[in-house]
Design a protein around this ligand. Structure first.
Ligand SMILES: *Cc1c(COP(=O)(O)O)cnc(C)c1O
Length: 342
């Protein structure tokens, strides 16, 4: 696919901001080029706008080459950049599955881009034909979240790849919850599919939501455009340092615990009469259909247990989304629920 044909003309013609350090790679020198304070306090210098060291560290953990990686202030920055690079406001449109993550639509609204939402099949599987038939010549992006928030399921790899292979634009596959899934990432499809962009994040399994660090993984060509358009210093030095420090935490053990707790919590929830269904989940949360979601949500809030009420979301009527917590937290939810309607 000719990616350049999809990119906005103003972006193709853009001269990016050149930062102070672009002409000098050395670590040692007398740096009088950026009007920084010369008094060392650990943070008086601007950070590396290319984030080379951090990308290498994250890339080693996740099997990604730095050239194929964009780092942003959360995945949300990558989502917004997709609109700014590919979508002409007031003219182009994007397609997304529904129900799904709310930020795709917020970013579309902010960028004045029409969002075409395509409802999942009733069994939450991917509506491949409907997604493709929603497209016209102005459709630039198509968002698929797998495992999906809030339904919790992964889509069949063959269904996702059928969309990637037939859509004449960029397919963004959001893998925020991929570490909790049994199926692997689509990263290995990247070399043979240049219209595929994968989003991952340090916010969920990697335990760094407070640091704000999200990844886009794509062809070098797309990553170069993202790097051109982003704010030069979008990842601050405190974030880079702390992400590096926390990369060595025992993430695999914690993922294994969350997955086993997820199955235990699911089984316990299904024992309650007011629970109609617990959907199977490939993520770190459970979507739970109950007889009265608003009432149960308020009951839990009054007992200082905060879950997400998805009752007003299509296909999720009377559903609550409950994050899997520590064993103690999960017991607390179950114990509290056992005092509801009894
Ligand atoms: C939580 C979540 C993210 C992560 O967003 P960050 O900005 O990286 O914290 C991305 N996509 C989905 C679907 C999510 O649920």
């Amino acid at each position: 696919m000719e990616i350049k044909k999809l990119i906005r003309k103003n972006i193709l013609a853009l001269t990016p901001y050149s930062t102070a350090r672009d002409d000098y790679d050395g670590q040692i020198g007398t740096f009088l080029d950026a009007n920084e304070s010369p008094f060392e306090n650990g943070y008086n210098r601007y950070p590396d706008p290319r984030q080379l060291v951090l990308k290498e560290r994250i890339g080693m953990k996740r099997g990604i080459r730095p050239e194929n990686m964009f780092l942003g202030n959360g995945s949300d920055e990558a989502i917004d950049l997709m609109f700014r690079i590919f979508c002409n406001p007031g003219q182009d449109n994007v397609i997304a599955i529904a129900p799904s993550y709310g930020m795709y639509e917020v970013a579309a609204d902010i960028n004045d881009v029409e969002m075409r939402k395509v409802l999942l099949n009733s069994d939450f599987s991917l509506p491949v034909a409907s997604l493709l038939s929603a497209a016209d010549k102005n459709s630039k992006l198509l968002f698929i979240c797998s495992p999906n928030n809030p339904t919790g399921n992964s889509f069949l790899r063959s269904d996702i790849m059928a969309v990637v292979e037939s859509f004449d634009g960029i397919v963004v596959v959001d893998e925020a919850y991929i570490d909790f899934a049994d199926s692997p990432s689509l990263i290995e499809e990247l070399p043979s599919h240049d219209n595929l962009v994968i989003l991952q994040t340090m916010s969920k399994a990697w335990g760094m939501a407070g640091l704000r660090c999200g990844l886009a993984i794509a062809s070098e060509e797309i990553i170069n455009f993202m790097n051109m358009v982003k704010y030069p210093y979008n990842i601050n030095l405190a974030t880079a340092e702390n992400v590096t420090r926390l990369l060595d935490e025992p993430v695999a053990d914690r993922i294994a615990m969350i997955k086993s707790e997820r199955e235990k919590l699911s089984a316990r929830l299904q024992e309650f009469d007011f629970v109609k269904r617990v959907y199977r989940s490939d993520a770190n949360f459970l979507l739970v259909k109950v007889d009265d979601a608003d009432e149960l949500y308020n009951f839990l809030i009054e007992r200082q247990i905060i879950v997400r009420n998805r009752n007003r979301v299509k296909l999720c009527d009377n559903c609550l989304r409950i994050t899997v917590g520590t064993p103690v937290e999960n017991i607390k939810v179950v114990d509290t629920l056992s005092t509801y309607k009894s």
